[in-house]
Structures are given as C-alpha cells and as structure tokens.
Design a protein around this ligand. Structure first.
Ligand SMILES: Cc1cc2nc3c(=O)[nH]c(=O)nc-3n(C[C@H](O)[C@H](O)[C@H](O)COP(=O)(O)OP(=O)(O)OC[C@H]3O[C@@H](n4cnc5c(N)ncnc54)[C@H](O)[C@@H]3O)c2cc1C
Length: 729
C-alpha cells in the first residue's frame, strides 16, 4: 500500500511539474514548426542521441498520459522521415501505452476489483474472449482517447503482453499517417485535418474487419460441428426436452406457454429427483422429525407426561402420501393440459436434431426438433470404498423405501443432504453417526454457522465426526463396521485421534457425499457433446452443439430445484427465439448473480450472495452486521430464540453483498434479502419498510437497524443536539 502511495505521489508530482513549468508549450504545432530547422540540425549532428532522447520523451509523455503524443508523432516525421519516424513512434508509443496500462493496473486494479469484482466478471470474461479484437478496433478507430484506452484496459484482466502487441499492430496505420503528415510540417495548419473523413472510414473498416472475420470464423466453426450430420429438411417439433425433473418441466412449460410445439421425455417418474427422491420427501421427513423433537420438548411448552414413539413405517408412509399429493402438479396429465406433449420412455440423442425414444410400451419413436434441452439431472456419487457394495448401502435414491428404522445409522457426508438426513433420522430415534472427511460440516458456510449446526446435532445426541475419512466397510460375524481414519489431532467430535483407525458399528449406511451429473447412456459421447464433471455450457446454456442446451443438475454449477428452473427459462427462450434475439442485442446470458439456498436442518441455514469466508478469499472489502435472534420477541415467544442474521455490506455503504441467516424459517426469511439484492435495494430501504410485529421477519429489519446504528451521522447528531439545547434555553 505504502509503495503504491509513493508511486502515485511521484506520478502526480511529474504531471504537476509538467504543467507548472509550462512544458506543454513545447508540445504545440506552432512551436514544432518554429523549431523544425533547429531539430533537423541537431539530428544531423547527433543522430543517435536525438533518436534516443526523442524515444525517451515519447515514452514518458504517453506513460504519464500527458497530452502531446500527436505533436510528437508529427515531430518524428519532420525529424526522422517516414521510415525511421514510424519505427521510433511505433515502439515508443506502444512502450508508453503499456507503461500507462501497468501504472493503472498496479495502482488501481486491486481496489476496483475488490469493489466491483462480481460486476467486472462479465467484462473480464469478454476481455478474455474478444479483448484483443476490441483493442485492435479501438486503436484504429479513434472514438476513445488514446490515454483512456491505456488506463481502462489496465483495470481489466488483459495480459500486458497481449496489450503490447495488439496496441503496436493497431496503432501502426495511424502512426504512419501522422508521421507522414509530419514530413509536410510546414504545410500543416492544425492537427485536425490530418485524418480526413475518407481515411477515418478506411480505418473503421480496417478496425471492424477482425471482429467481422472472428464472427465469420465462429459461424464456420459452428457449421463444422454439424458437418458430419445431415440436417432434416423440416422439424417435427420446435423443442424436445430430455428429462421431466425441475429443469425439464419448466423448459417444456415455457415452450408450451409461448405456443411452441414441444415434447418432453421422461424415463422414470415425472417431477424427477425433487418430487420423488429429493426436496419433497426430505422435507416431509424433516417435518415428522421436527414434530418428534417438539414432543420431546413438550415440558418446555407447558405439557407434562407427553411421550410418543415415532412409528417409522407410518412416518415413511406419510412421506409418500405427501409426494402423492404434490405429484399431480408435475403429472403427465397436467403437462398435457398445459400444451406439452409428454412421452414416457428413455431418450437417446441420435444426431443434433433427432432423438430416439424407447417408449415404455416397447415401441421406438424418432422425433426431430430444431432445438433440444437436456435436463437429465444427477445421481448420488458412491465412492469406491472397499466392502461398501458388498455390505449394502442406501442413497437418497433408495432410502425412501425403508420401513424399519435402522437402530444404528451411519450417514456418510456433511453437506446439506447428509446433514438434513442425519438430524431427521436421529430425531426419529436412530443412533446416528455422521462422518465427514473435511474439517467441518456444511463447509460452504462460515465456520460459526457450521459450528452452530454441529453443536445442535451434538446436543441432540448425534455423533458428529469431522476430519474423518471412511476407508472400508467390513462385516464380522454378521456385524457391519465402517473403518475410518481420523486426520485431526483435536478429535473433539468423536474421532479417536490423528491417524488412528476407528470402527463404527452400524446397521445401515447412507451415502450422501455429493451428486454427479448423468452423462452416460443417452448419446452425449457419440455426439461429442463436451462434458467433464457436468455438461459444458456457455453463458447462453448452449453445449458445443449450439442447438443443444443443458440445464439443471446435469449442467451445474448449482444443484437446486430453483436454479434448474431459472436455467430452464434461459434455455427455452434462447433456443425458441434465437433468430429474433439479435433485435434485443443477442441471446440472454444466464444470470447467477443472486442465487439463494437453504439447508433445512435445525437450526435452518439460508444464504444469498457472499459470506465472510468467500469475501476474504476473493479479497472483497466488506463490513459485517450481525443481529442475534435471541433478541427477537417472536423468536423468544416461539421458544426458538437462537441464531443470527449476518449481513455483509460494502464498506461505508448500505449495498448488500451477502446474507446468512441461521434460525427458525431462515429459508423463508432470506427471501426479503434476495429481493433486495436482486433489485439493488440497500439496508436503508429495508429499514424504511414496515414489518409486522411480532414476526420473525422483523429480524431482517433489526439487522438493517444495527447497520444504521453503526453508521449514524455523528456530525449531524452533534448539530441537532445543540439545536435541542438551544430550543430548551
Ligand atoms: C435428498 C435431496 C434433497 C434435496 N433438497 C433440495 C431442496 O430442499 N431444495 C432444492 O432446491 N433442491 C434440493 N435438492 C436438489 C434437487 O432435487 C435437484 O437440484 C433438482 O431436482 C434438479 O432438477 P433437474 O431437472 O436438473 O434434474 P432431476 O430432477 O434429477 O430430473 C432429471 C430427470 O431426467 C430423467 N432422465 C434422465 N435421463 C433420461 C433419458 N435419457 N431419457 C428420459 N429421461 C431421462 C430422470 O429420470 C429424471 O426424472 C435435493 C436433492 C436431494 C437428493
């Protein structure tokens, strides 16, 4: 920081001295014309020295962004002639411009990135993709002043090397014109006439040529990926959607709503993961588990002698009945009514426009569509732990079939799904050991958030083992054991010490260590659709075959129902209206700027935007305001006076960078902050909004009040204090 300030002061002093000493008078056309003969005489006497001196002055002027480069370029023509003048100016101007670029980068980029990091992401992505082309155009077409281009690009992620050579190339034509004009110095009356309208037009054409050429290459490349296939003369459908989960249903619904002909193909159950094995059954299970925990707390609420043992089979039946109640929302009948043609069968991509469907009734059908949306979802990842398969395991796909509560349950995984299941099964009466190889559960959240959940788990009798790696499963005398290795010396959470193996006996084990995109068996490899951990898509959600899109868990980066639905809108609109979208400036870029999520443990955890850990990692300056839910009247009345609202704001401003809420109904409470962030409302606006008393939602306002308290206008308050004293007098 100190070095930066010294450099900034030095640059300011140099620029100040330039104007204070009136050096700018030497950089005028008139002065140059008056000194032309003298300069030529110097050159003849000391050619190398004059060339070196000229080069140095040129670099200094451009690096300091001082006006004078145009006159110096003319001087080069007058003193050194077209060839040597061009060589000197070409290198000096590029070196000076790169100097200015580096000064801006060193002095300002970090703080600008810190402040506007997220917003700069898109610009930097554009710079990485097309920056060289844009710079070339800007160098040729003088719409933005030379010095501003240097400074602005210094703030981006463009590599200095790229900046140097593109600048050198882009400025060459203009340099030659100016140097050549310098050879006719005596005839010049002003700097204005040097670039005639005809010449500017030629430069514009030259400038936009690379961009046009680039677009052409892109189009040819896009055509080439299709070259091996013959495109149908006409299409049976506008859109085919593969997968009837959250992403697929919304894609198909949007297509039908805008009157497109759309076919949705589902191979298993409509509603996908969320309805059948994910969000819906897990939340239904959590509800029963919460009821069990409330029964245990009956005394706290004024009831004596309440005891009820959960009937696990009935709980699981209730879970299924909840699924059945929601089912009609996602059913074939409903979607058919909405205008979607549904096929029950397994889809396979045959070529970029054709999908073959192995229908459940044994028939096969081939359909063509101009665009295809892949929404094939994800499946539980099962790590290759020796003995696991032989001993048998459950995943979020299969555990819903359980009707007998396991006495001893191991849950492998400390993420949201693992944690939700851990607490639910423990509350329903199982002895649960949660095993996580990382140092804490819910690792994506701030440490105190993970700790609050862990503490609650431990208080409820759950054995939470972090820093603990599952190595093998063994069965001895019919008894199953998970062999784990602990990598933590602290062993505070049940581990037995660093490097030691521990044996955890269990009756059932649930594997919840993450979900992997479904990438095999439906034609992705055959068509060469690029995928690593998930299908690769661009910002418009297109795969490398641009008429094929991918959304939801199969594409990531988030694996939530609401993000799958969010992506579906972009894929459906981009694919269906592609030819019309240039009218609005191009296709819609998927917007991940404000993505909320919740983990439905108790305490519930909800988040939107940055948390403290991420802000630190990304070097983003922030302030933290925390409101303790123990202070909230409604939380106290409900017996849920625990948790917090933690808001990150831009230093000195009320702009919200991110919020974490821990506590009862956190997932609902966060909605207000999601809205605020999405629409750029700051904490002052939240504070100025009436919240009903007594509600949990008041916590959001109190957090804003806390922020205001820390940012109260001290000077104004001192003044009004005097005002009131005067009024009393
Ligand atoms: C236990 C659990 C709890 C969860 N809780 C939440 C939560 O509370 N909130 C939340 O937002 N998210 C939650 N999720 C995540 C959520 O379920 C997923 O993010 C969401 O379902 C993804 O939707 P999708 O459309 O991408 O995929 P899916 O819902 O998986 O749908 C994909 C569909 O494609 C079908 N399919 C695949 N291949 C083919 C083929 N070749 N032909 C035809 N059909 C095919 C599959 O059968 C499937 O129905 C949870 C997940 C789990 C496992």
């Amino acid at each position: 920081m100190a070095k930066r300030i010294v450099l900034l002061l030095l640059l300011a002093a140099l620029i100040g001295a330039f104007f204070a000493f009136g050096l700018n008078r030497y950089f005028s056309l008139e002065y140059l014309q008056s000194q032309r003969s003298a300069l030529i005489a110097y050159r003849d006497a000391q050619p190398l020295l004059v060339a070196a001196g000229f080069f140095g002055v040129y670099v200094l002027v451009t690096a300091l962004s001082i006006p004078g480069a145009a006159v110096l370029t003319l001087a080069a023509g007058a003193i050194f002639g077209v060839v040597w003048g061009t060589v000197l100016v070409s290198f000096a101007s590029t070196a000076g411009a790169t100097g200015a670029f580096l000064f801006a980068r060193y002095l300002l980029r970090e703080s600008i990135e810190g402040r506007y990091g997220d917003r700069l992401k898109a610009i930097n992505a554009g710079i990485a993709r097309d920056g060289a082309f844009y710079l070339f155009t800007l160098r040729l077409v003088p719409v933005i002043p030379f010095f501003l281009i240097n400074l602005l690009l210094g703030l981006t992620q463009m590599r200095a090397r790229t900046f140097f050579w593109v600048s050198q190339l882009g400025m060459l034509a203009g340099t030659i014109v100016y140097v050549n004009a310098g050879t006719q110095l005596a005839q010049l009356t002003s700097l204005r006439g040097i670039l005639s309208p005809g010449l500017i037009s030629a430069f514009v054409l030259l400038g936009i040529f690379p961009l046009v050429a680039r677009k052409l290459v892109d189009t040819i490349k896009a055509r080439r990926v299709y070259a091996q296939y013959s495109r149908p003369a006409h299409f049976d459908r506008n859109l085919i959607v593969i997968g009837g989960g959250s992403g697929g249903l919304v894609s198909a619904y949007i297509a039908a709503a805008v009157k497109a002909k759309v076919t949705l193909i589902e191979r298993h159950k409509m509603g996908g993961d969320c309805l059948n094995t994910g969000c819906v059954p897990s939340k239904a299970l959590i509800r029963s588990a919460k009821f069990a925990s409330h029964l245990r707390r009956a005394g706290e609420f004024g009831f004596g002698n309440v005891s009820a043992k959960p009937d696990f089979a009935r709980v699981m039946e209730r879970v299924q009945s909840v699924v059945r109640t929601v089912e009609p929302h996602d059913s074939v009948e409903r979607y058919t009514e909405l205008g979607v043609e549904v096929r029950e069968g397994t889809a396979r991509l045959v070529d970029p426009w054709t999908v073959e469907i192995a229908l459940h009734d044994g028939r096969t059908e081939r359909l063509t569509a101009r665009s295809i949306v892949i929404a094939a979802g994800a499946q539980p990842f099962v790590p290759p732990i020796p003995g696991l398969a032989e001993a048998g395991y459950l995943t979020s796909d299969t555990l819903w079939e359980l009707r007998e509560l396991p006495r001893r349950l191991v849950v492998l995984g400390g993420g949201p799904i693992g944690s939700e299941l851990t607490q639910a099964f423990a509350r329903l009466g199982a002895q649960v050991t949660q095993v996580e190889m990382l140092p804490r559960i819910l690792l994506r959240e701030d440490p105190e958030v993970s700790e609050a959940v862990r503490r609650r788990f431990v208080a409820e009798g759950i054995d939470v083992r972090v820093d603990t790696k599952a190595k093998a499963v063994v069965v001895e005398n019919g008894q199953k054991f998970l062999i784990c290795e602990s990598s933590s010396a602290s062993a505070t959470q049940g581990s037995r010490g660093q490097g030691q193996d521990t044996r955890i006996p269990f009756d059932q084990i649930v594997v919840a260590v993450g979900r992997v995109a479904r990438l095999k068996g439906y034609g992705l490899e055959e068509l060469g659709i690029k995928a690593t951990r998930s299908i690769e898509v661009n910002e418009f959600l297109q795969t490398n075959l641009p008429n094929i899109y991918a959304v939801g868990d199969v594409a990531g980066p988030y694996q939530f129902t609401h993000t799958a639905a969010h992506m579906a809108w972009y894929a459906a609109v981009n694919s269906l209206f592609e030819p019309l979208l240039p009218l609005r400036g191009g296709k819609f870029k998927v917007d991940y700027s404000v993505i909320p999520w919740a983990t439905f443990t108790e305490p519930e955890v909800a988040r939107v935007g940055l948390n403290e850990t991420e802000a630190r990692e990304k070097n983003i300056p922030y302030e933290v305001t925390t409101f303790d839910l123990a202070e909230l009247d409604r939380a106290i009345a409900d017996g849920e006076a625990h948790g917090l609202v933690k808001v990150l704001t831009e230093p000195g401003k009320d702009r919200i960078l991110g919020v974490t809420i821990v506590g009862e109904h956190a997932g609902d409470l966060i909605a207000e902050y999601v809205l605020a962030m999405r629409h750029g409302l700051g904490l002052n606006k939240l504070l100025g909004t009436i919240h009903i008393y007594p509600t949990l939602a008041e916590a959001n306002k109190y957090a804003a009040g806390q922020w205001k308290q820390a940012h109260k206008p001290e000077t104004l308050l001192r003044f009004v204090e005097r005002f009131h004293t005067w009024r009393r007098a």
